[in-house]
Design a protein around this ligand. Structure first.
Ligand code: SF4
Length: 287
């Protein structure tokens, strides 16, 4: 919530149902800044409810509401329904889909329609607690220890992160810029970790732009803007899907022996709707 560039991230932590040890997963978008502006630095959820609930924090005021009517909905439907129930489109929502509800060990938490705290199965932790969603909104002022010094340091940091070659590539092509770069140095596994060589030319950020209408976006307060939304036809309808990000394209792509975008984009979107981690899903399928 400060002027620190590219700092809109939140971190979800808990005991991972996948590993049984400490798990943490981060996500960007607009939810993180909204959390700070609603008046809290952290939310700690203890225990579990006996029936589905969602938490609402509106400018510091906390409510726990029944979520019976939204349990079973996918993540996009959930976000839309929560805003409708609260009669306010300004709420930022993080939620689980069927993955978390059914305690899939790599269930994700989805915020802002396609950003995911995907790793470590923390969506299943929400599901076990019967916590379907957290909706937040606020305009609380941010307290600074030294606002002027932070402004100076933020400006200096911004100057550094906007110049390098890699930052410009992320801005132009998103995280998919790494597909061919990583392949060249043997850092992108293929065919369930049995190879590092594959034809990458149809899986790059440039290829995505050539094949689809791709919209660029940035998380709150970020001048880089590596986020991508792709217009994609699914079930006879044109829809806007988030990404795909490099990790997702790598997991559903070369890891599974797939070298074109269409099945990758579709799998990515289905995972986001059901709230399961795209990386674990792709690797599991490739196995
Ligand atoms: S747009 Fe990309 S670089 Fe900017 S904060 Fe979001 S994830 Fe980070």
């Amino acid at each position: 919530g400060t002027m620190t560039p590219s700092s809109s991230r939140y971190c979800v932590t808990g005991i991972s149902p996948l590993t049984g040890i400490w798990g943490e997963s981060t996500s960007g978008g607009f939810f993180p800044i909204a959390l700070k502006k609603c008046g809290y630095d952290a939310i700690v959820v203890t225990g579990e409810a006996d029936k589905p609930k969602f938490i609402v924090i509106d400018n510091g005021k906390i409510e726990i509401n029944d979520a019976d009517s939204i349990w079973g909905k996918n993540t996009r439907e959930t976000i839309t329904s929560v805003r409708a129930l609260l009669n306010d489109e300004k709420f930022r929502v993080a939620c689980i889909g069927k993955g978390g509800e059914n305690l899939v060990k790599y269930a994700a938490i989805i915020n802002d329609e396609g950003r995911a705290a995907g790793r470590c199965g923390l969506g299943a932790v929400m599901g076990k607690k019967k916590l379907k969603a957290i909706a937040i909104k606020g305009n609380q002022p941010i307290e600074y220890f030294d606002k002027e010094e932070l402004r100076i340091q933020g400006k200096d940091t911004l100057g550094k992160i906007l110049i390098p070659f890699a930052t410009n590539l992320f801005a132009h092509y998103g995280t998919l810029i790494y597909t061919d770069m990583g392949m060249v140095i043997g850092d992108v596994p293929a065919n369930y970790f049995t190879s590092t060589e594959f034809i990458a030319e149809n899986l790059t950020g440039r290829a995505l732009k050539e094949q689809y209408v791709v919209l660029k976006y940035a998380c709150s307060g970020c001048a880089i803007g590596c986020g991508r939304k792709t217009l994609f036809e699914m079930d006879g309808k044109e829809i806007e899907v988030d990404g795909p990000e490099y990790e997702t394209a790598a997991a559903f792509g070369p890891m599974c022996g797939v070298l074109n975008f269409e099945p990758i984009i579709k799998a990515n979107h289905m995972c986001n709707l059901d709230g399961v981690d795209t990386i674990s899903s792709g690797v599991s399928i490739s196995f």
